[in-house]
Design a binder for this molecule. Sequence first.
Ligand code: PLP
Length: 491
Amino acid sequence: MEEKTLDQSSAPILEAIEEYHRLDRYGFTPPGHRQGRGVDQRTLDALGLDTFRSDLLATAGLDDRLSRGAILSRAEDLMADAVGADKAFFSTCGSSLSVKSAILAVTRGRGEILISRDAHKSVTAGLLFSGLQPRWIPVRYDNELHIAHPPSPESVEMMWQRHPDAAAALVVSPTPYGTCADLEAIAEICHSRGKPLIVDEAWGAHLPFHDALPTWAMDAGADICVVSIHKMGLGFEQGSVYQLQGPLVDPVRLQHCADLLASTSSSVVLYAGIDGWRRQMVAEGHALLDSALSLADRLRGDIGALPGLHVPREELLGVEASHDLDPLHVLIDVSGLGISGYQASDWLRAEQRIDMGLVDHRRVEATLSTADDDETARRLLEALEKLTRAAKDFPTPPPISFPEGSDFEPDMALQPRDAFFGPVDSVPIAEAVGRIAAEQVTPYPPGIPALLPGERINAAILEYLRTGVKAGMNLPDPADPTFQTIRVVAE
Ligand SMILES: Cc1ncc(COP(=O)(O)O)c(C=O)c1O
């Protein structure tokens, strides 16, 4: 990373909050709770007064009515300076909003965009209301591990050859499994055609702060990169930053697109969490990440030594898999215990009061952050050790029928928006083969839609989802959560 040019020891939003309290300001404005003074005691007993104390109106509260203190923009400039981007924008609606803003800004709401088919549902939701035509970049599907690896540069090049008029390409890296694309090569391919690359780096907020981690998208040459501060960073839920560099994307248009989608009452508390985390990372991020990486290394070894557990690494890397891996994603294969990831996750929550992140048919994942230490690692290790003993009494998990990789990329028969907003029928899934989906069906986590509005439903995917639900898969999207019926385009 380049030398910082701004005073990175300052945190404009945190300082403005402190000053607000010091000056004893009071606003006859939202938020009506008046920094907690009007809040019911039972609510305060649960949340504490501090939860409300710094919840202030951003404009005509924290800053004046014309934002003359430039508090937010100074904090954003510090973030851009910290990570080596031209510009950074804060958002309080997660990467879900940031990524939609990026899509709208680069496409101007028209035409085609190349998107890797492992995109998160927040990205595909952007297609539904923008009316864009997605051109899916095939991902590398591992038919043995049943895991999707990010697309290769060759497949991005192939998609540009087929769709040279697309406005931009969007890839997800790292994936929720921690696997990464070869962003440098992909950026080069896009730029050779004068097209921008958007990277959904929701899982990569920490990457700029340690060079042993996978390459950060801005260093790899991406034009826009979206991060969630709450995932691998230490900000509040919903805090997100989108960064921009180079001449291919108009920063004003990008900000205008975000304005279209954002709340007019953005949370100052969320902004402050981002601001404070940036300051912390510049000051001590390298050392903190050093410790987190050593912890991950030890924990991976210790978990892998437990009977029946496996922590994959090499099989996630290599020519036909991913370019790189973030080791802070500690993925644990529990299939050697004869149980599913869903069973393991439910047992760990019920019996050990530990929640896991990503959960699938054969794996659970712990993401480590700089907040973790020997104590939290020990807790996880002990819980997993108990799991290995308890697992022998678990019932055999119902089998899941997996499609071949290509079945995961059904034909796009209609534009997603037309399918979603048009007339729909609800049909029993047994009658849905050959029909066009009118709703997203997304196993969550990881949140990658198995079916999208506009896609022609095939038997293999339906069987995967039907058997998946039986085995414990969470499908929050469909109108029928039991997945006995599915909404399809009316004929
Ligand atoms: C790859 C990816 N992109 C985007 C998002 C949305 O991020 P957020 O929860 O910050 O809105 C997620 C959330 O899990 C994700 O995994």
